[in-house]
Write a protein that binds this ligand. Structure first.
Ligand code: MN
Length: 228
């Protein structure tokens, strides 16, 4: 291929116990997937259809890396989330086979410019600048699923400067992983390399420069970093 300028590098995430990395195609995110968080945001709990939005693939920040405090906000919020990594995809994926497309799992932060999101919601405008900014998707190394066992229960927690901020269990999700893949594949053609941030429980709050965060998906993955 002969490009007018060098092609951009491929965003990627390490895989635990592997020399190989997971190349990121797209980052999908689910909104309002825990009832306690939907309520804390003043939103209705909707069990009919998941809310989706996207972040650019190169928004990933890998484990241990510093996260620059973003421009144009005075209210950067953390949202700890289980991340699903797809090893294959398709359109109109049936519920029954949806989990067969999962490569593995990790934990990430859906960083949010909460002040810009609130302004967008007030004017019924899109969330892109509130959600899809540079370095808005810190993510752990991924754990590949072994022998087809998918986590049904796992603690999802976030410490900031050693203090607990968010603590829940993935069994509290309104839409489970199979339901998310099924619904997303009716809107987009999914493919290997797609990441899905599956929503956050209650306890979202502000991050400041110098804060150290530690996110954990119990027994699966962990992520550390610092806001600079
Ligand atoms: Mn989120």
């Amino acid at each position: 291929m002969n490009f007018v300028f060098p092609a951009p590098p491929v965003a990627s995430v390490p895989v635990l116990h592997s020399e190989q990395r997971f190349a990121v195609h797209r980052i999908y995110c689910v909104g309002r997937n825990y009832a306690d968080h939907a309520r804390e945001m003043g939103a209705d709990v909707n069990r009919t259809q998941p809310t989706f939005f996207l972040k650019p693939a190169d928004a990933v920040v890998t484990d241990g890396r510093d996260v620059p405090y973003p421009s144009a906000t005075a209210d950067l919020h953390h949202e700890v989330e289980m991340v699903v990594a797809l090893g294959s995809g398709g359109r109109d994926i049936p519920l029954e086979t949806a989990l067969e497309h999962v490569f593995g799992y990790g934990v990430g932060l859906d960083l949010t410019r909460r002040d810009l999101q609130a302004a967008a919601k007030a004017k019924s405008l899109p969330w892109d600048v509130a959600k899809g900014f540079d370095a808005s998707a810190p993510i752990s190394a991924l754990r590949a699923i072994g022998n087809g066992v998918h986590p049904q229960h796992a603690t999802l927690s976030l410490l900031v400067n050693g203090e607990p901020r968010q603590n829940s269990d993935i069994s509290e999700m309104i839409f489970n992983v199979a339901e998310i893949i099924h619904a997303l594949s009716q809107l987009f053609e999914l493919t290997a390399g797609d990441l899905i941030f599956t929503g956050t429980p209650a306890g979202v709050a502000a991050l400041a420069r110098g804060d150290v965060f530690e996110a954990t998906l119990g027994g699966v993955a962990s992520l550390q970093g610092r806001i600079v």
